[in-house]
Design a protein around this ligand. Sequence first.
Ligand code: TMP
Length: 219
Amino acid sequence: MAAFGTKEGMAEARKRGFFITFEGGDGVGKTTQIKLLAKALKNEGHRVFVTREPGGTPTGEVLRKLFKTQNMSPVTELMVLEASRAELCENVLKPRLQKGEIILCDRFAESSLVYQGAVRGLPLKMVGAANQIATQGLKADFIILLDATTKDFASRLKTKSKKDRLDQAGMSFHEKVRKAFRKLAKADRRFRAYSANLDRQEIHAQILKDVQKVLKRHA
Ligand code: TMP
């Protein structure tokens, strides 16, 4: 079997399983859509595994807490997030993709390009290089972007009882995040954008239809 990190190893991992990531601003309903999609795919007989970033491993969850509660410079943020990503790729994504599972991941490398790159201002080349080190070339096969307006974000936030430092960032921060994701999505064919303003069952139906299509092509 080809080693993880080599071109052959990653191609092998990708060929067998399928890696879907969910991206978008904070509070756009990713968790709900991941749950609905996981359930639907399981009902169709697929082996599905759900995970998240930052987090998804014991070390990653510790790093997630650190990231969410401490103020840190953009470079420190990037290092913490990439450390979490490296753990997830090595210990969860690689073995599960090799076993042929469908992975649904709440955020991945594209979040770093948007948050640490486009929004916090780190050069995109630097973020891309850090992503490459952490992922060793593993990329999402299909990226679901949930796109919500800033107004939507504000109303969702009102209903959230425990707000973290990121929830407390201003509206202009969230507008920048939204714009950066939309720009990234336009330039990358793996992205498919869905309006998060629709009814959640309606969004789910659209996502499921597209996922069924890409899975058929992948089979
Ligand atoms: P969430 O799990 O509620 O989406 O929170 C994760 C937060 O971490 C969210 O505000 C986005 C942020 N984040 C980054 O800034 N860069 C990254 O690479 C990732 C994965 C998350």
